[in-house]
Design a protein around this ligand. Sequence first.
Ligand SMILES: O=C(CO)COP(=O)(O)O
Length: 135
Amino acid sequence: MNIALIAHDSKKELMVQFCIAYCGILSRHSLCATGTTGKMVSEATGLSIQKFLSGSQGGDQQIASRISYNEIDLLLFFRDPLTPKPHEPNEMNLLRLCDMHNIPLATNIATAEVLIHGLERGDLDWRNIVNPKRY
Ligand SMILES: O=C(CO)COP(=O)(O)O
């Protein structure tokens, strides 16, 4: 599965801790992330992560493009709802595209926990059946 990781600044440490906790599961999948999130997670875990640009430089749009092609199977986007971002419309587009393609999406760690356990259990295997030619 292709998993995308994005975290707002105040949630980056949480994302790092999450990825440390679930490193074993994540290591069996293909990971990509916005620039700073990817750098922090790969440095802390040793996981191999394709890093896009920083979110503010368009990294979230690069991930949105992959989502538009239905190439992402799971998006973990730890959002900070209290701090407005200049590129917030782009972020909203990410969420919209996930809904268009029925891509599982977690915007907080509580949902991410459920999805990562579901991923491990095979609950997302239908994505390989629906999109068999991507791998
Ligand atoms: O800005 C972001 C989400 O919109 C995240 O980007 P970084 O991971 O590069 O900080």
